[in-house]
Design a binder for this molecule. Structure first.
Ligand code: ZN
Length: 144
């Protein structure tokens, strides 16, 4: 059995095919040679969005802004989740100020907002900061 997953590179948007058994071996991107699966969130932009929501690993996006206090206090929780969930879900941060067009397209009304994408589509959304335990419970309920 050699199941493999298609995973977009967070650095260059190149689509990589990675054997399931190698997800924890810090696989490198075939195009830019950087690490494909990070243990911390990467920055998502309008230009990357269409490429990054694709692939076989779900993408969890934290929509935030510099002026938002609750967003800042939630940031360490989100970073911790990225470490814990590496290889199971990809975590990204979307700066809603720098990416206003995409924020409008996603219908963001309040921040922080968490949006979970699977197979290129939004499957779940949560508004407001939450403690780590609640975040993990929500993701577990979403099959992650
Ligand atoms: Zn790459």
């Amino acid at each position: 059995m050699s199941e493999s997953l298609l995973i977009p590179c967070p650095h260059c948007n190149g689509l990589n095919r990675i054997p399931a058994g190698r997800l924890s071996d810090q696989p490198k991107c075939g195009r830019c040679k950087q690490t494909v699966l990070l243990s911390k969130p990467f920055n998502l932009t309008q230009g990357d969005y269409a490429s990054q929501i694709k692939g076989d690993l779900p993408l969890l996006v934290d929509v935030w802004a510099e002026w938002c206090g609750p967003c800042k206090s939630f940031a360490p929780t989100f970073e911790q989740a990225a470490t814990q969930l590496s290889g199971r879900v990809r975590l990204a941060k979307l700066d809603s100020e720098a990416n206003q067009q995409l924020s409008a397209q996603l219908g963001i009304r309040s921040i922080p907002s968490l949006i979970l994408f699977k197979d290129g589509r939004e499957v779940a959304r949560q508004s407001g900061a939450m403690p780590s335990q609640q975040l993990m419970a929500w993701l577990t309920s979403q099959g992650i």
